[in-house]
Design a protein around this ligand. Structure first.
Ligand code: 8BR
Length: 491
C-alpha cells in the first residue's frame, strides 16, 4: 500500500469533512458521564494515609479482602493489597462517603471528564457543531463543571413543567451526589511500611475506586421524555452507558424495565425525525446477560450504527453464539484482521445494522449495509477524519478546536497498520471481494454488504489514550451524517 497516497487522502478528507460539519443541525448525546479524579501517590501521601488509621486494624482489614469500599478502611486495605502485588484493581463504592473522605484527606492532582457520553459531548462541542444536546440523568452541580464552557453545548432542564435547553452548569439537578471515580497511581519501588511489615512496590500500577451509587438509573426523566421535541432539530444521536443497567434492583425492578425504557427513547427520537441516525458506542460489559440484552434488545433493529474495539467485537460475538469466531478475533494471530472483518460482518447481519465501525491500533474497518446513501469514498473520508482526530487527541490529550484537529495530520500513518492491511489484502482478493486496485482505495464489496478499510495514524508516545476510542467513533459518525446532510441539501 502506498503510505504517501494515504497521507494525502487524510488531508483531503479532513478538509472535506470540515466543510460538511456546518450542515449538521445538532447531535444528541446520552447517558453516562462521571468525574475521573487522578492522584499519583508519593511515599509521604501513603504514610499520611496510613496515619489516619490504627495499623493493626488496616492489617485485619487486608485479611478480609474487601470486595467493595464501604468505609475508608476498606479503601486503605485494598490500596495496600494492590501495591503489594503491583496489580491493577477496580473496586466499586456504592456511596459517595469514600469520595468525600478522599477529597478531604488526600485530594487529587487533577480531575477530568469521564464516561463515554461526557467525553463525546465535549469532543463534539469542540468540533464546533451548531448544537450538542447532552443528557445525563445524574447531572450534579460538580459534574456539570466538567462540560466545556461553550454556547453550543446544552442540556435539558425542567422548569415549571417545561423543558428548556441550557448549558449543563445551569441545568444540573440540585442536591444530587456526583459519580467520581478515583484513579490512584503508584510507582515501582515505592517503600511501604505498615504494622511491622515492609515491602517495595514491584511495578507501576493503579487502583481505581469506581463510583456506583445505588440510586443511579439509566433512564430519561419523564418530563424530558414527554417534551423530547424541544431538543430538536437534531440529525443524530450517540447513545452509551447501557452497561450501567443492572440485572436486578432493590425495588424489584429488573434490567427488562430499563431496556424497555431505553428502546422507547430511541423510538421517540426516530418518530420525531425519521431521517435521524442513531449510534450506540459499546464498551466492555462484564455481565453476559446484560451484554446480550443490550445487543439483541436495544441495538438490534432499533439503531443504525455501532462503534466498538476489537475486544468488544469478540465479546459481542461470544454472547451472540459465535464462540469460534470470537476466539479467533481475540487470539489476534496473523489472520486476526480477517476474523475481525468476518466478525464485524456477522454483527451487521445479526443486529440488522446499517453500519459497524471497528477501531484497532493502526487500522479501522467500517462494514456497511448495501444501499447506504453515501459512496464508499465519502465513508472513507469519515474514517480518515476520525483517524486525524484520534492522532490529535493522543498528541495533546485534549482537543480545543478544529484547528488542533488539523495538527493531527502531521502524525504519521502506522507502519504496523499498513502491514496488517497487506496481509488482509490476500484474503480479500483471493475471495474476489475486491480487485488489488480496489483494495488500494480501501474498498471491499461483499455479497450482502460493502466495507471500507483504512490504515490509521498512531502517535508513538501518546500523552493519554483515555477516550480515544470514543473520539474515533464520534468523529466518524458526525462526519458521516454531516456529509449525508450536505449531499441532501445540494441535491
Ligand atoms: P478503546 O479505548 O475503545 O479500546 O479505543 C482505543 C483506540 O484508541 C484504539 O482502537 C486505537 O485505535 C486508538 N489508539 C490507542 Br489505544 N493508542 C493510540 C495512539 N497512540 N495513537 C492513535 N490512536 C491510538
Amino acid at each position: 500500500m502506498d503510505i504517501q497516497e494515504w497521507e494525502q487522502r487524510h488531508t483531503e478528507a479532513f478538509h472535506n469533512v470540515k466543510e460538511a460539519l456546518p450542515y449538521l443541525d445538532g447531535m444528541f448525546v446520552a447517558y453516562n458521564s462521571n468525574i475521573d479524579a487522578i492522584k499519583h501517590l508519593s511515599e509521604e501521601d501513603l504514610s499520611r494515609l496510613i496515619g489516619f488509621f490504627k495499623e493493626a486494624e488496616i492489617q485485619e482489614r487486608v485479611e478480609t479482602y474487601p470486595r467493595e469500599i464501604n468505609e475508608p478502611l476498606d479503601f486503605m486495605a485494598r490500596l495496600l493489597i494492590s501495591m503489594r502485588e503491583g496489580k491493577a484493581a477496580e473496586i466499586p463504592a456504592h456511596t459517595s462517603d469514600t469520595h468525600e473522605w478522599l477529597k478531604e484527606h488526600l485530594g487529587f492532582d487533577y480531575a477530568r471528564m469521564g464516561g463515554q457520553a461526557g467525553i463525546i459531548s465535549n469532543l463534539l462541542s469542540r468540533l464546533e457543531l451548531k448544537k450538542v444536546v447532552a443528557y445525563v440523568p445524574w447531572l450534579s452541580e460538580e459534574q456539570a463543571e466538567y462540560f466545556v464552557a461553550a454556547d453550543n453545548l446544552l442540556h435539558p432542564k425542567i422548569e415549571d413543567g417545561k423543558v428548556i435547553l441550557k448549558h449543563p452548569t445551569e441545568a444540573f439537578k440540585p442536591g444530587i451526589e456526583s459519580k467520581v471515580n478515583w484513579i490512584l497511581e503508584y510507582s515501582k519501588d515505592l517503600e511501604v511500611s505498615c504494622n511491622g511489615s515492609n515491602f517495595k512496590v514491584p511495578r507501576d500500577n493503579r487502583l481505581i475506586i469506581s463510583s456506583r451509587p445505588k440510586w443511579i438509573r439509566l433512564e430519561m426523566d419523564r418530563e424530558v421524555y414527554e417534551h423530547l421535541d424541544t431538543i430538536f432539530p437534531i440529525d443524530g444521536a450517540m447513545l452509551s452507558g447501557y452497561q450501567m443497567i443492572k440485572e436486578e434492583y432493590e425495588d424489584g425492578s429488573t434490567y427488562k424495565d430499563y431496556v424497555e425504557k431505553s428502546v422507547k427513547v430511541i423510538e421517540k427520537l426516530k418518530a420525531l425525525n425519521p431521517e435521524l441516525r442513531i449510534h450506540v458506542e459499546l464498551t466492555s460489559i462484564q455481565d453476559r446477560i446484560i451484554r446480550k440484552a443490550i445487543l439483541t434488545e436495544i441495538v438490534a433493529k432499533h439503531v443504525h450504527s455501532l462503534g466498538l474495539d476489537t475486544v468488544e467485537v469478540a465479546n459481542a460475538l461470544n454472547v451472540l453464539g459465535h464462540e469460534e469466531l470470537s476466539y479467533s478475533v481475540i487470539r489476534k494471530e496473523e489472520n486476526g484482521i480477517t476474523s475481525l472483518y468476518q466478525g464485524a460482518v456477522q454483527l451487521l447481519k445479526d443486529l440488522s445494522l446499517e453500519r459497524v465501525h471497528v477501531h484497532s491500533l493502526g487500522f479501522y474497518i467500517c462494514i456497511l449495509a448495501k444501499g447506504h446513501p453515501l459512496t464508499l469514498k465519502e465513508h472513507r473520508d469519515s474514517l480518515l477524519f476520525s483517524s486525524t482526530l484520534a492522532a490529535a487527541k493522543a498528541v495533546s490529550g485534549e482537543i480545543e478546536n478544529l484547528e488542533e484537529v488539523e495538527a493531527g495530520l502531521k502524525v504519521p500513518i502506522s507502519g504496523k497498520g499498513i502491514e496488517d492491511l497487506e496481509n488482509f489484502k490476500l484474503y480479500c482478493t483471493g475471495r474476489n471481494l475486491c480487485t488489488p486496485d480496489e483494495f488500494e482505495y480501501g474498498y471491499i464489496y461483499g455479497a450482502d454488504h460493502d466495507a471500507v478499510i483504512i490504515p490509521s495514524k498512531v502517535v508513538e508516545k501518546p500523552k493519554a489514550t483515555v477516550g480515544i476510542g470514543d473520539a474515533i467513533s464520534a468523529g466518524a459518525f458526525a462526519a458521516m451524517i454531516a456529509r449525508m446532510k450536505q449531499k441532501q441539501e445540494r441535491e
